[in-house]
Design a protein around this ligand. Structure first.
Ligand code: SF4
Ligand code: SF4
Length: 185
């Protein structure tokens, strides 16, 4: 008798705990989330489509979706949803898995997300110059958006020195807790 290869759990199993919290399986496909979503028109998938694909365990497509990175966590979807499906929380978890497994279909969005969170972790607020430098160095998109520089300088949006807010130890503890919670899933 030959040994059976271990079966990789599908996406629904992977996310069982998070999906329960986000109530994903309760979706009725009414599309109210999509109708109110500010990024639905430009993303590769609509929110209700992404929820359906998660329900069906379409792991590869879900983890490579641009929508999970373009979601702004604005919460409009859960506000409109008759079933209180928390798509923003679902997307948080999908980003974590996609990033951990290197599955992001939009590497630039993942790089921006990581650079943004690193800045928040270190300083408690975003330092725009550092964020742009980290993003451009890693994506090599050196000349994209240079046309916006004069306007940003004029409006004082690019301070030369970073500012930090208090609470670094608390932030660090929070990020550690999130990392540990993610590792347990
Ligand atoms: S609004 Fe809620 S129930 Fe309706 S499609 Fe979106 S997630 Fe599903
Ligand atoms: S939280 Fe994300 S998916 Fe929901 S409406 Fe806002 S941008 Fe769209």
């Amino acid at each position: 008798m030959t040994a059976r290869a271990p079966v990789k759990p599908d996406l629904a199993d992977d996310l069982a705990a998070s999906l329960a919290a986000a109530n994903v399986m309760a979706c009725l496909q009414c599309r109210k989330c999509t109708d109110g979503c500010p990024v639905a028109a430009r993303a590769d998938l609509k929110p209700h489509e992404l929820v359906r694909m998660v329900q069906f365990g379409q792991r590869a497509e879900v983890l490579a979706s641009r929508l999970i990175w373009e979601c702004t966590s604005c919460q409009t979807c859960i506000t409109r949803c008759p079933q209180k499906v928390d798509i923003a929380a679902m997307n948080d978890e999908l980003r974590r898995i996609s990033s951990a497994e290197g599955k992001s279909g939009d590497a630039a969005a993942a790089i921006f997300n990581n650079a943004f969170l690193n800045g928040v972790r270190r300083r408690g607020r975003v330092y725009e110059v550092g964020l742009m430098a980290a993003f451009k160095l890693r994506t090599r998109r050196f000349f994209e958006d240079v046309g916006k520089l004069p306007m940003m300088l004029r409006k004082g949006k690019l301070p030369l020195l970073p500012k930090s807010v208090a609470g670094r130890a608390e932030r660090e503890a929070m990020f550690q807790r999130i990392a540990q919670a993610g590792g347990k899933k």
